[in-house]
Design a protein around this ligand. Sequence first.
Ligand code: CA
Length: 237
Amino acid sequence: MRLLVIEDDRDLNRQIVTALEGAGYAVDRAFDGEEGWFLGDTEPYDAIVLDIGLPKRDGVAVLEAWRKAGRDTPVLILTARDRWSDKVQGFDAGADDYVAKPFHMEEVLARLRALLRRAAGHASSELVAGPVRLDARAGRVTVNGAPVKLTSHEYRLLSYLMHHAGRIVSRGEIVEHLYDQDFDRDSNTIEVFVGRLRKKLGVDVIQTARGLGYIVEPDAETTVGNGGGGAKRRSAH
Ligand code: CA
């Protein structure tokens, strides 16, 4: 999962990015509304953390511009405490959720997990594919109940495939969603990662769709909504 953090307070930006990277996400950052709007408009993020009070272009205007252009990336806005009008304007502009400053980082993480889950059509924070269970809250993977130790890259890869279970995910898409923009992107490395991941899991849950990409078959009872994971949706607020 690849996220974008737009926050002009450099300390806060760094704290959020560090927390998100620690939770296993690839993260890009921006420090003003112009740069943030551009990245959100051109890069395929899985979710965006957007401060409302930004230099150059405020957060509400940035969000409105994305939504007007049809970008439906889940957006979590950061609002100043006591500024209820920020929240109203933010939701009107198409925000999916908000956190008021000052906040506990755990709350940001929890709300992002929920947004990512809902965007992929999952009701539970635990994703299941056959004997493989991925607990997004704890960042833990088990196979037949036994914990499996994965590197952060392997975890990201498995998490992305399981969030989008039932849909073929191309190598190019994996590269775009697993790495931040500073990463040297070579889609050939994906094959290596998939190979290692399969070996560590020891079970056959990641199928190769020859010439197209990879697919994890979903467990029927763990997906909800639009007939399988992966279908993007706009939440109605
Ligand atoms: Ca600010």
